[in-house]
Design a protein around this ligand. Structure first.
Ligand code: GLC
Length: 515
């Protein structure tokens, strides 16, 4: 059976506000992405996932949606979107959009109607309850963001409280109401009919909550979401909607740090195709910890389950800042060489660190500005302060490292992280063992994570050195003595034959070799 497109190569996450600005207003837009499609071709990606570009008051930068089927004017028009999908497809790049099923904006017409009176036909589309006691919220649920505190806000118009898992401007939809579920299925059909290749499902574990709204158990905030078995029935029905179209894919943001539970979303073959594994994102930089996370997934996985490896997105500090710059190169190698689909967040292919955000420029409610800083396309010394991202004033400061870490400079430097990313994508494309081969982690010595990929008569060995010092590889004697280095994250490592018995990994080096 042919390997599905989404297993073959990387899926690249675009945060549209910060990718490329075509009209000089300082905010990235859809036309800006169209202008950069050839960059994405050179990067060798299989598909891209776009964070929300829908009509929104931007209280949570687009994750508060006012109209699921309209493009916010700051990003362009539906015609621009049609152009983007047409041009992406013409280059063999698939496109996923973000589907935000748990909540809308408080300005969405459904919520405006819902809050207007207790008798509104839309009242039950959201979660309204009387308070507890004289002035308390209905239960002890907390917002996932630190600032709002309780997940409930009392609305003066009707005296009742509404549920919001995030900001008060993001009321939770009531998925217990079949009309809500049907309306959300219509949203998926709208975008499938426009040609999108799939969806990333925002905090999807939250679309099934304890129907009795019981208090959370102290220290276990997640006990009220991800309600069994409702969540699985709802996911199956979402899957059935997209399965009416060929080759569509569903990737869930299943923000649960309990892997066995996450696996119930992907193990049956009729729910999500993939789930982002947040256990991976929260790991310390340790070979033992990474090996355990990889082995745990493989042990729990059925035939249907396929990993979605990622270590960065628009909600988490960048890899170069968390782990270090050489380590960020080795992370790219891991993403491309592990069994699973690599998810690469824009800028990670350049090894960007978080940007420094002065206190008077802080704009996000939850401290996520540093990882959302715009992509530097050209050196500021030549392109001006907008670094080729914009001809205007960028909506967030651009990294102070832009002079060195921009796309243009890295493209002409064979040792750069961008060139490394391109070579990894090319290897993933040419080596069947990397796309669909089996995988086994190996004992390899202190601080070394090593794994074998076997497929189509090829055997590849990948090794990552988690130490900032040299480390000697110590493999079991049944492995061959010699190998051919295909790629190293260390620009000084020569290509060609090496003796595995004598191989010493340089500090933080990642290496891929053919056995
Ligand atoms: C997800 C998004 C995040 C957003 C939140 C609420 O976690 O990735 O950016 O703030 O959901 O929609």
């Amino acid at each position: 059976m042919a390997i599905p497109w989404w297993r073959r190569g990387a899926i690249y996450q675009i945060y549209p506000r910060s990718f490329s600005d075509s009209n000089g207003d300082g905010v990235g837009d859809l036309r800006g992405i169209v202008e950069r499609l050839d960059y994405l071709v050179d990067l060798g990606i299989a598909g891209m996932w776009l964070s929300p570009f829908f009509r929104s008051p931007m209280a949570d930068f687009g994750y508060d949606i006012e109209d699921y089927c309209a493009v916010d004017p700051i990003f362009g028009t539906l015609d621009d979107f049609d152009l983007l999908i047409q041009e992406a497809h013409a280059r063999g790049i698939r496109l996923l959009v973000d589907f935000v099923p748990n909540h809308t904006s408080d300005r969405h017409e459904w919520f405006v109607a819902s809050r207007s009176s207790r008798q509104s036909p839309k009242r039950d589309w959201y979660v309204w309850r009387d308070g507890r006691g004289s002035s308390g919220p209905p239960n002890n649920w907390r917002s996932s963001f630190a600032t709002p505190g309780p997940a409930w806000t009392r609305d003066a118009a009707t005296g009742q409280w509404y549920l919001h898992s995030f900001l008060p401007e993001q009321p939770d939809l009531n998925w217990e109401n079949p009309a809500v579920e049907a309306a959300m299925h219509e949203v998926l059909r709208f975008w499938c009919d426009r040609g999108v290749d799939g969806f990333r499902l925002d905090v999807v574990q939250k679309i099934a909550k304890d129907p009795l709204l019981r208090d959370a158990q102290p220290g276990k905030p997640a006990t009220w979401e991800d309600w069994q078995p409702t969540i699985h029935e709802r996911l199956r029905r979402l899957r059935a909607v997209v399965d009416d179209y060929p080759d569509r894919v569903l990737v869930g943001e299943v923000y649960i740090l309990d892997l066995p539970r996450v696996m119930t979303y992907v193990n049956t073959g009729d729910q999500l195709h993939m789930a982002h594994n947040f256990v991976f994102v929260h790991l310390p930089w340790s070979a033992t910890a990474f090996r355990k996370a990889i082995d745990d997934f493989e042990e729990l996985a059925t035939e249907s389950a396929w990993p979605a490896w990622f270590l960065a997105n628009h909600d988490h500090s960048r890899v170069a800042t968390r782990f270090g710059e050489p380590q960020a190169r080795t992370v790219l190698l891991m993403l491309y060489a592990l069994r699973g689909t690599p998810f690469v967040y824009q800028g990670e292919e350049l090894g960007l660190p978080d940007a420094e955000i002065p206190s008077d420029r802080v704009i996000d409610v939850d401290g996520r500005d540093p990882e959302r800083s715009p992509v530097p396309w050209r050196p500021p010394s030549r392109a001006g302060a907008g670094a080729g991202f914009t001809s205007g004033e960028p909506w967030l400061p651009i990294t102070s490292r832009a002079e060195e870490l921009n796309v243009e400079s890295q493209a002409s430097d064979a040792g750069s992280t961008l060139c490394l990313s391109r070579r990894l994508a090319a290897l993933r494309e040419s080596e069947a063992a990397l796309q669909g081969g089996s995988q086994r982690t190996l004992d390899a010595g202190d601080d070394l994570l090593a794994w074998l990929r076997v497929g189509d008569g090829q055997r590849l060995l990948a090794v990552a050195n988690f130490s900032a010092a040299d480390r000697q590889l110590r493999l079991a004697p049944d492995l061959p003595g010699a190998a051919e280095v295909l790629l190293s994250t260390d620009p000084h490592r020569p290509a060609g034959q090496v003796s595995l018995q004598e191989l010493v990994l340089t500090p933080s080096e990642g290496l891929l070799a053919r056995l």
